[in-house]
Design a protein around this ligand. Structure first.
Ligand code: FEO
Length: 175
């Protein structure tokens, strides 16, 4: 793997751990507000982000590449409502999408077809993550100030369960 690509993989690992930390902070905030379903949803998202980071980590080990570890930034948000939380989810995921796309472009430019193929799972995953956030935002906007509607949405969000993703291209699939 060339040096620029290797460095970009390391940075992506850090970003995935930051994402995990951010969703954990959101889950705590939502739990404090009594929105246990949304707290569960964001906690499951935390677990997914950990798996994203872990699978990148396993891939780097499989390729015998060194990883440079950096401090993970403070994820504290200044949210005022669940709608603000989920708008933040969407804006954050858009940044991650851009980062994954840049990483895939770096792999392509490095003529590293294996890394490029490996990253396709992440490219598709980002489409799903943005779509989920958009759907929740639309529902919360429809609910507006209606507490009953908000609690119904919260119940639905609470049904989410974690399924370890299986990412092709590494011997240690899932995490
Ligand atoms: Fe790992 Fe939410 O992207």
């Amino acid at each position: 793997m060339n040096k620029e690509l290797s460095q970009a993989f390391s940075e992506q690992i850090n970003k995935e751990y930051f994402s995990a930390f951010l969703y954990l902070a959101m889950s705590d905030w939502l739990n404090e507000k009594g929105l246990n379903g949304a707290a569960t949803w964001t906690y499951v998202q935390y677990q997914e982000e950990l798996a994203h980071a872990q699978n990148l980590f396993h891939y780097m080990q499989y390729r015998d590449e060194p990883i440079s570890f950096k401090a993970i930034a403070d994820p504290s948000g200044n949210w005022q409502s669940p709608l603000e939380v989920f708008r933040h989810v969407l804006s954050h995921e858009k940044l991650v999408t851009e980062s994954i796309n840049n990483l895939a472009t770096t792999a392509m430019k490095a003529n590293d077809h294996a890394a490029y193929i490996f990253l396709q799972w992440y490219v598709s995953e980002q489409v799903e993550e943005e779509a989920s956030a958009k759907e929740i935002i639309s529902r919360l906007e429809l609910a507006g100030d209606n507490t009953n509607a908000l609690l119904m949405i919260d119940d639905q969000l609470g049904a989410r369960v974690f399924n370890a993703p299986v990412v092709p291209g590494i011997p240690t699939a899932g995490a």
